[in-house]
Write a protein that binds this ligand. Structure first.
Ligand code: ZN
Length: 320
């Protein structure tokens, strides 16, 4: 509010608010380059800016729709946990915060588990929703990871986790920190069964999540520009009183330092995971055969199809 808006009569304020609202429904502004993007175009591009390639944060539904064959997947139940065990209250009651985020996202907590196929191979995927209290790791999320591992083991499927989190959920105190060993055990369960566990690090992956299951993958993929670290850069700068190098804690920096195996564009994520899982699962049919048949008629993911076609041209068409 500036001095001018203080003098504006409420009726006129309302008109302007409505106009802004209408615009919001049709257009989005890229937070990186500031360009206005038609929302339908942005959705078709999986929320990657067509001007500067900035990867915006997306929710579990968009993520799973783009990942699985024909956008078809089955949502898996996550275990119920005790809400607000500490009766925690900061500026607001934790119970009220939970209610608010449940209403906003339509989800129980910050993790959604989906089961489906990627080029015919059964895969379990767990996605953290940054829009639900910053994707924070509380009991529900810990149970979610354990549950996802159990489903993967029962199905003899690989598990892919899309991490996005501000860290542990402080409203659950020590109970949230206990999810670090719990989720570590879940990863170990998969390892004992010889099933692949892939982590896709998305913007941002920080705190207790980075310090547990997000850094325990057999393979670590990351989206371009994603912030990945334990403490944020500002906290580190204040502690060590030094200027941090450019791009510090970004996906590309971590790739250079060996913390990440590959930085993968969102449009190529499905194909990369498909190839990787096929090799790790020794799935029938060569990788080439899966890439040559990009007939999953996803109208929305034209860009993915293009990417797949480009690669397939370089490969022998052995499987046709
Ligand atoms: Zn942009």
């Amino acid at each position: 509010m500036n001095w001018l808006s203080d003098f504006t009569p409420p009726g006129i304020k309302k008109i302007f608010r409505q106009r802004e609202g209408d615009g919001d429904q049709l257009w989005s502004r890229c937070p990186a380059c500031g360009e206005m993007i038609f929302k339908k175009d942005l959705e078709a591009a999986q929320h990657v800016c067509p001007h500067c390639d900035h990867h915006m944060r997306i929710g579990p539904k968009e993520r799973l729709d783009a990942l699985f064959d024909n956008g078809t997947w089955v949502k898996q139940d996550t275990p119920d946990v005790h809400d607000d065990p500490l009766k925690f209250k900061d500026t607001k009651k934790y119970a009220d915060r939970l209610k608010e985020y449940r209403r906003k996202t339509g989800e129980k907590d910050a993790m959604v588990i989906g089961k489906g196929q990627i080029d015919g191979l059964g895969v379990v995927a767990a996605v953290q929703n940054f829009a639900f209290m910053g994707g924070s790791m509380g009991m529900a999320l810990g149970e979610g990871i354990v549950r996802a591992a159990e489903i993967a083991i029962a199905d003899r499927s690989p598990l892919v986790v899309f991490a996005a989190s501000g860290g542990a959920r402080m409203q659950e105190g020590i109970l949230s920190l206990m999810q670090m060993p719990r989720t570590t055990i879940a990863v170990q369960m998969l390892r004992d069964e010889g099933l692949p566990y892939i982590v896709v690090l998305t913007d941002p992956t920080t705190g207790g999540v980075t310090a547990s299951y997000a850094m325990l993958g057999d393979v670590h993929l990351a989206e371009p520009g994603a912030l990945i670290g334990f403490a944020g850069p500002r906290v580190i700068e204040q502690t060590i009183r030094e200027k941090l190098p450019d791009g510090f804690q970004r996906a590309e920096y971590l790739l250079d330092k060996g913390m990440v195996d590959q930085v993968v564009h969102r449009h190529e994520m499905r194909m990369t995971l498909s190839n990787l899982l096929r090799v790790l699962m020794k799935f029938e049919g060569s990788a080439a055969s899966t890439i040559v048949l990009p007939d999953h008629s996803d109208e929305e993911s034209d860009d993915v199809l293009e990417a797949e076609v480009v690669v397939s041209e370089e490969l022998p068409k052995a499987a046709e």
